[in-house]
Design a protein. Structure first.
Length: 207
DNA sequence: CCGCCGATCTTT
DNA sequence: AAGATCGGCGGG
């Protein structure tokens, strides 16, 4: 196929390569489905995102930012493109990408991915995973597989020297993602703010 | 395959 | 006291 047709707006296609900050500067609810099939890279390890959840701020009772900024959630109120990493149930680190304009809290939780590169390193980081499909099919597992933890909290994905990178490899998001309620929350449980690649076995298994 | 439960610690 | 989770265990 050739170039786009001159004189027509054409489909919105992100250039391949690292995503610019402007990509994240919108409502998390809009960004979340666009993150599907993007590639998260940490050193030699990478995976394709197949499940995400949108969280807003003060207007979202399920959000950590619901009650305003705190030392933990401060980054969610800052500029887009930074990581919000939090400790879940005292045990697991979970990774979010801050979305929306500076001053407005919002983030997208990265819930699951398909390992692409550095799979040996991901296996070593996830000794409990008996099958490769279990390496990153949950937010805590994804974070552990890539070696992300509190040291990565607040880092700027869009900084040239960032140790964590988000890339478009030319794979578009699904036209019709699966949409459903967010997992593991007890407030705003009916909002369909969870997005995933239809039928992908690498999606998380909600309990 | 499914359901239950403990782990472990930050935040309220 | 609860929580944006996970893995092990027991039962079907």
């Amino acid at each position: 196929m050739g170039e786009h047709h001159r004189g027509h707006p054409g489909p919105i296609v992100t250039a391949r390569g690292r995503l610019p900050r402007t990509f994240f500067d919108d409502d998390p609810l809009e960004i979340a489905p666009r993150l599907l099939n993007k590639v998260l890279v940490v050193g030699g390890r990478s995976l394709r995102l197949v499940e995400v959840e949108a969280y807003r701020g003060t207007d979202d009772p399920a959000s950590h930012a619901h009650r305003g900024p705190t030392p933990r959630t401060e980054v969610m109120f800052g500029p887009p493109g930074h990581l919000y990493v939090y400790l879940s149930y005292g045990i697991h680190w979970c990774t979010n990408i801050v979305c929306g304009p500076d001053g407005v809290a919002g983030a997208v939780l990265l819930r699951a991915g398909i390992p692409l590169t550095g799979i040996e390193a991901q296996r070593l980081a996830r000794p409990a995973a008996r099958r490769d499909v279990d390496l990153a099919n949950g937010p805590g597992k994804l974070t552990q597989a890539l070696g992300i933890d509190d040291r990565h909290g607040g880092i700027d994905l869009c900084h040239p020297d960032s140790p964590v990178v988000l890339v478009d490899d030319g794979t578009p998001p699904p036209d019709r993602p699966d949409v459903g309620p967010r997992v593991g929350i007890s407030a705003a449980i009916d909002l369909p703010w969870r997005f995933s690649n239809p039928g992908d076995p690498h999606r998380s298994r909600p309990r």
